[in-house]
Design a protein around this ligand. Structure first.
Ligand code: ADP
Ligand code: ADP
Length: 222
């Protein structure tokens, strides 16, 4: 599970003076269980493409499917539920809840499925251990370094055992060493879980760990 398929996908932004085709006729297949990097310079459409793959946005044209389910034609409620169950997201600015502890942040995706329980707490605790943050589970995001916050975000993205994890420039706000450590950690977790993992980066030095490289330029696959 975790098979991604895009056909003829196009997304045009119309807010500006002239329309911008941020994603312009993309056909893409991502096989289950691959660690894929979406590479390309700033403005090439990486964020937009990840938002389309993850059902956070809808294409103007074309089809997006996950394990044979068309996301682009689902109603909003069904799409929100499917996203919550099957997909994990990591963002460049971490997007943790500032008033919650690291442990509470990681537990959040499990609370969408049911109330907090011993089981959900233990699962969140073991994910924090898996990202090397045992001992820091009471800290709030503001009391953690950028690299530590992004590890919390990675734990949160994986805790509910999604089929697909999408990480949009996850190292953009980290220094080089923390960024490389984060990619290596994501790689290890991807291997351990077999989840389909797609991360984007404009930094050519971070592409080597990936099994598959998808190159974007001006909204098209290069
Ligand atoms: P990347 O992630 O590779 O930097 P983006 O997907 O963010 O690329 O952007 C692709 C293009 O779409 C850029 O020209 C950007 O300015 C434009 N764009 C992205 N989001 C919006 C938006 N919400 N409104 C208008 N233009 C946008
Ligand atoms: P990235 O670092 O991936 O290029 P950005 O920092 O360009 O992302 O964009 C951050 C957010 O702003 C995204 O949600 C994107 O859709 C939006 N955005 C990007 N470019 C524009 C734009 N020209 N006009 C409006 N929103 C934009």
């Amino acid at each position: 599970a975790g098979r991604v398929r895009l056909r003829g996908v196009r997304r045009v932004y119309r807010q500006g003076r002239a329309p911008v085709a941020a994603v312009d006729g993309v056909d893409l297949d991502i096989a289950p269980g691959r660690f894929t990097v979406l590479a390309g310079p700033s403005g090439s459409g990486k964020s937009t493409l990840l938002q389309l793959i993850g059902g956070l946005d809808r294409p103007d044209e074309g089809a997006v499917s996950l394990d044979g389910t068309r996301l682009d034609t689902l109603d909003d409620d069904t799409l929100t539920r499917l996203r919550g169950e099957r997909i994990g997201f990591v963002f460049q600015s971490f997007n943790l809840v500032p008033v919650m502890s690291a442990l509470e942040n990681v537990e959040l995706p499990l609370l969408q499925a049911g109330p907090s329980s011993t089981g959900s707490r233990e699962r969140a605790r073991s994910m924090l251990e898996a990202v090397g943050l045992q001992g820091l589970h009471r800290r709030r995001p503001g009391e953690l370094s950028g690299g530590q916050q992004q590890r919390v975000a990675v734990a949160r993205a994986l805790v509910h055992r999604p089929r697909l994890v999408l990480a949009d420039e996850p190292t953009a706000n980290l220094d080089r060493a923390s960024g490389q450590a984060l990619i290596a950690l994501m790689r290890t977790l991807q291997r351990g879980t077999g989840v389909t993992f797609v991360f984007s980066s404009h930094d050519p030095s971070l592409l080597d760990e990936a099994d598959v490289r998808v190159q974007l330029l001006d909204g098209r696959l290069a």
